[in-house]
Design a protein around this ligand. Structure first.
Ligand SMILES: NC(=O)c1ccc[n+]([C@@H]2O[C@H](COP(=O)([O-])OP(=O)(O)OC[C@H]3O[C@@H](n4cnc5c(N)ncnc54)[C@H](O)[C@@H]3O)[C@@H](O)[C@H]2O)c1
Length: 283
């Protein structure tokens, strides 16, 4: 004869103090104490917003920038630095041109010395230099490719050593919906952002075994000064064509970037997250 089944576990606990079986409360907040983020082109626009998102979460932040024609980026860098410090996190801000490998290496070395490491890299620095394909000068082509692709490559290479050594890192590249659906007169920009998507996937393959995630975001139009260069009707059309009926605020994209750097996204790598309000669905 089979032995009678053992009493259910709960029965053995009858009379035990209620606290004995209560599960530990789940800890939802991940530890970001001591973590350091580098946001290139972090003085303005989307980079600024991303840097602030990190700072709000207690992450130390380093930003770099270059001056741009007709814009006082240095003054904006100072304002951004002050806004970041107001969150009580360590901050490092310096002029550094991502096109120049030696400047990037010096910058990353300074970040590690001053902030104690590097855990997140957001390749946000980017430029446009639009013109009909038959009128694009070699300089306009080169400047955009050098900044948007080679600049990101220089930064990835500079952080790859320390990230591989610590077997931890998150890299997010800021591409664009124009990589997939270019408008008129942006052959250089579209090629650069498509190149950045290829770099994202390739870096994900090379760095994945070292526990480093590499992803990209592809924003639609975002309300920054860069957008101010576009004709008003292009913006109105973008608002109209987006299925959500709006153009993104910088925070709409910045929060996706910080999500990709979080442990909630630890199994996502080599992907491009389109953040365009459905713009690319609509045509
Ligand atoms: N605004 C949009 O609609 C939109 C849409 C899709 C993608 N993006 C991308 O988002 C990123 C941020 O753009 P934004 O709209 O905030 O524009 P922005 O012009 O305000 O920001 C670009 C920043 O990059 C920095 N930068 C430029 N060249 C650099 C270099 N060689 N070295 C270091 N820093 C350099 C500038 O100092 C500037 O602060 C860019 O990569 C852009 O292509 C923007």
């Amino acid at each position: 004869m089979l032995a009678p089944p053992a009493p259910p576990e709960a029965a053995t606990r009858v009379g035990a103090p209620a606290t004995a079986t209560r599960p530990e409360p789940q800890r939802l907040a991940e530890t970001v104490q001591g973590r350091v983020a580098v946001v290139t082109g972090g003085a303005t626009g989307l980079g600024r917003s991303t840097a602030l998102e990190f700072a709000q979460r207690g992450v130390a932040v380093a930003i770099n920038y270059v001056d741009l024609p007709d814009r006082d980026v240095a003054a904006q860098a100072l304002l951004t630095e002050t806004a970041l410090r107001a969150h009580g996190v360590p901050v490092y801000c310096a002029r550094c041109d991502v096109r120049h490998r030696d400047e990037v290496e010096k910058f990353v070395t300074a970040v590690r010395e001053r902030l104690g490491g590097v855990h997140y890299l957001v390749n946000n620095a980017g430029v446009t230099h639009d013109g009909a394909l038959w009128r694009l000068t070699p300089e306009a082509w080169q400047e955009v490719l050098d900044t948007n692709v080679t600049g990101a490559f220089n930064c990835i290479q500079a952080v790859a050593g320390p990230m591989r050594a610590q077997r931890y890192g998150k890299i997010v590249n800021v591409a664009s919906h124009q990589a997939f659906r270019p408008g008129f007169g942006i052959a250089n920009y579209a090629a650069s952002k498509a190149g950045l998507v290829g770099l994202t996937k390739s870096a994900a393959v090379d760095l994945g075994p070292s526990n480093i995630n590499v992803n990209a975001v592809a924003p639609g139009f975002v309300k920054t000064e860069l957008l101010g260069k576009l004709p008003r009707e292009v913006l109105e059309r973008a608002e109209h064509e987006s299925v959500l009926g709006r153009v993104a605020e910088p925070e709409d994209v910045a929060r996706v970037i910080t999500f990709l750097c979080s442990e909630a996204a630890r199994h996502i790598t080599g992907q491009v997250i389109v953040v365009d309000g459905g713009l690319t669905l609509a045509s």
